[in-house]
Ligand binder design. Structure first.
Ligand code: PEP
Ligand code: MG
Length: 279
């Protein structure tokens, strides 16, 4: 059975009712992107860019090269801008000690504390995109203003550096609960959404995702209700890129919410496609 699932990994995942579900991969660098290709990913749903350069602050030229290699590999790539803070640290980014790092300087909030870093990253991404339909995604967005600011920041870089970007798309992670109450406005601003169930669940249930003893119930109906509401209210494409999307046990429930794109770790792709075909 396992070898059959493996052999079928490049075939599309179509449900019994004939609905095609897109299965994308979560990756963090060129090697994992190559692995994703080998495992049957139809695109990159989440490039966690914070893991591209782990030791030193990269120069722009190296960043361009890294992004270009990944954009060359897949036609559909969603690259998330640096998401440090909380559970993710980088040696070259100085975040002052905080009492509650998960409620502190994280993700897009870096725009306030370290704009130069984001500026260089966005410049590299936009140059490497070379006006292909690359998707740029901002993490930890909590208000429409924050998204507007981040997108304007990117548009300004493109204007100043004369980089054509009319095919580039801008979207956001849904991982902060405040977003749920402003979806109608977000619909007018974003090109796409990706639900980060890891952080969304953390903030919904007020349980740290890395807590040593408290565990979030990944199968809580509350989480599925939230996903269903997002899919219903969103007028732009929605994908799920949190760990939940790669959990074979919940695929029937997830598809019931109406979501059509899942982004999962490469090792799961064959199994998830197999599961979808049986729904
Ligand atoms: C998430 O929060 O669900 C997510 C996909 O992002 P990360 O795990 O990188 O925070
Ligand atoms: Mg997250």
């Amino acid at each position: 059975l396992h070898s059959e699932i493996h052999q079928n990994r490049f075939n599309p995942a179509i449900t019994q009712k004939g609905e095609k579900i897109n299965i994308f991969a979560n990756v963090s660098d060129l090697d994992s992107a190559k692995e994703a290709k080998e495992e049957g990913a139809e695109g990159i749903g989440l490039l966690r860019s914070e893991f591209l350069f782990k030791e030193h602050k990269p120069i722009i030229r190296d960043q361009i090269r890294a992004y270009r290699a990944i954009f060359d590999l897949f036609e559909d790539v969603t690259v998330r801008t640096l998401d440090v803070g909380g559970d993710k640290a980088l040696p070259y980014i100085d975040i002052p000690k905080e009492q509650n790092p998960f409620l502190g300087i994280r993700g897009i909030r870096l725009l306030k504390t370290d704009p130069k870093l984001l500026e260089e990253q966005l410049e590299a991404i936009l140059i490497a995109a070379d006006n292909r339909p690359v998707k740029v995604m901002f993490p930890m967005i909590s208000t429409p203003e924050e998204f507007k600011e981040a997108k304007d920041f990117a548009l300004n870089i493109a204007r100043e550096k004369d980089i054509p970007i009319d095919n580039v798309r801008f979207g956001m992670m849904i991982e902060v609960p405040s977003v749920l109450f402003a979806l109608q406005e977000f619909n007018t601003l974003v090109d796409f959404y990706s639900i980060g169930t890891n952080d969304l669940a953390q903030y919904l249930f007020a349980i740290e995702r890395t807590h040593p003893t408290l565990k979030i119930d990944p199968h809580s109906p509350i989480l599925f209700n939230v996903i269903e509401r997002i899919v219903k209210e969103a007028t732009k494409p929605v994908s799920i890129c949190g760990e939940l999307a790669g959990d074979t046990r919940v695929i029937p429930q997830l598809l019931k919410t109406g979501v059509q794109t899942l982004s999962v770790s490469s090792k799961r792709i064959g199994q998830i496609k197999d599961k979808v075909r049986n729904v």
